[in-house]
Design a protein around this ligand. Structure first.
Ligand SMILES: Nc1ncnc2c1ncn2[C@@H]1O[C@H](COP(=O)(O)OP(=O)(O)OP(=O)(O)O)[C@@H](O)[C@H]1O
Length: 354
């Protein structure tokens, strides 16, 4: 991990970025906070509009969330070889894309994951469910490479990842994994169009009109044509989530959704669930996604509608382990007591709440 730059350097960077758009930033580019700061400055410069130093990226919590998302991202997938052939068949149907092997993870004295084994295959749509605090988001972050396991192994395309995704750029390049956070993690100082095209502005030399066309295509795919110039603060919660989806489809192969429908009303939830489904280029759907880019996705959710509408396979976590996994259709018929209690919402059973 890059060492954090001292706070004095931050003020200096902000000063230089806000007073002169052409000034070169002296900060360590490997430092993600400053890297991000400079990135936004650069995007504003490229877009020839004023950079606003009061950006909410300065709010620490938001910076962390936003950077976690961006840290999973290295290069856009444009011009990359599509994973799904036009005929809808992959070269390696059933290939394991991500595997957790006997993964353990603790925070302080708290043991969260205690020997988790999960395989995500090409083409799969998987839901991770379980009680509150059982480690679902932690599992997602381990798979996305935002966390490293204490013990056990995370394999990407059969190869052990070294630590975080950012520590293993070669693997990150082979399989592009992105994350859509519950709050969308949008940059409030950038327009919707700049948010969606963030990685293309930042990591490619694609001409502006090409990026704008890609952004328009992605926004149209999530039913949000024409909102490019709005700021995220001008959107509803459901629209913000859809913008986050539009950003994910710009370049990722595998997308992790952390509670994508939390806080949405039932109709807005259905819209997002169906969008998640429609973004997926499943091997049998004849490459149905808008770009046929997202080959697999994983959703952490508490919502029954999301489980039933957006995924095909469920993994149930309880007390740090996978206690049940199977197709959605078997969720209602399994006699696994933990799943039964969860599905019925009963207070009696193996799941205990403090
Ligand atoms: N970075 C962290 N530092 C310390 N504790 C953490 C950290 N991340 C998660 N935890 C703790 O680990 C436990 C599991 O968290 P996690 O968010 O993975 O659970 P979850 O199953 O997704 O929960 P929920 O359904 O409530 O969102 C929680 O007790 C949480 O407080």
């Amino acid at each position: 991990m890059a060492a954090k730059a001292p706070m004095g350097a931050l003020s200096e960077c902000l000063e230089s970025c806000s007073t002169s758009q052409s000034s070169a930033c002296k900060l360590e580019p490997s430092n993600s906070l400053f890297g991000q700061r400079v990135s936004i400055h650069r995007i504003c410069s490229r877009r020839r509009r004023p950079f606003r130093p009061q950006t909410e990226l300065l709010v620490a919590r938001k910076v962390t969330t936003a950077l976690q998302e961006v840290d999973t991202i290295h290069r856009p997938r444009y011009n990359a070889r599509p994973l799904i052939s036009p005929a809808g068949r992959t070269e390696n149907d059933n290939e394991v894309l991500i595997e957790l092997k006997d993964v353990h993870k603790s925070f302080g004295n708290k043991k969260i994951l205690q020997g988790v084994n999960i395989k995500i295959r090409r083409g799969e749509t998987v839901g991770i469910i379980g009680g509150s605090g059982t480690g679902k988001s932690t599992t997602l972050r381990l798979m996305a490479g935002l966390l490293a396991p204490d013990a056990g192994e995370v394999q990407i395309l059969g190869q052990a990842r070294k630590g975080l995704l950012a520590d293993d750029p070669e693997l990150a390049e082979r399989l592009k994994v992105g994350m859509v956070f519950q709050n969308g993690a949008l940059f409030d100082s950038l327009t919707v169009g700049e948010n969606v095209g963030f990685l293309l502005y930042e990591h490619t030399s694609l001409p502006h009109d090409r990026i704008e066309a890609i952004v328009a295509e992605s926004l149209s795919a999530v039913g949000l044509s024409g909102v490019e110039r709005l700021l995220p603060s001008e959107l509803s919660g459901g629209m913000r989530k859809r913008v986050a989806l539009a950003r994910a489809i710009v370049r990722d192969d595998v997308v992790m959704y952390d509670e994508p429908t939390a806080g949405l009303d039932p109709v807005a939830s259905t819209v997002v669930e169906d969008l998640i489904r429609s973004m997926h280029a499943s091997p049998t759907s004849n490459g149905a996604g808008p770009r046929s880019g997202i080959t697999s996705y994983i959703v952490v959710t508490h919502q029954h509608s999301t489980i039933r509408r957006a995924v095909d396979r469920i993994i149930f976590l309880h007390e740090g382990k996978v206690v049940w996994e199977g197709p959605v259709e078997e969720f209602d018929s399994t006699d696994e007591p933990i799943v039964r209690q969860f599905a019925s919402g009963s207070l009696t059973g193996p799941i205990k709440y403090e």
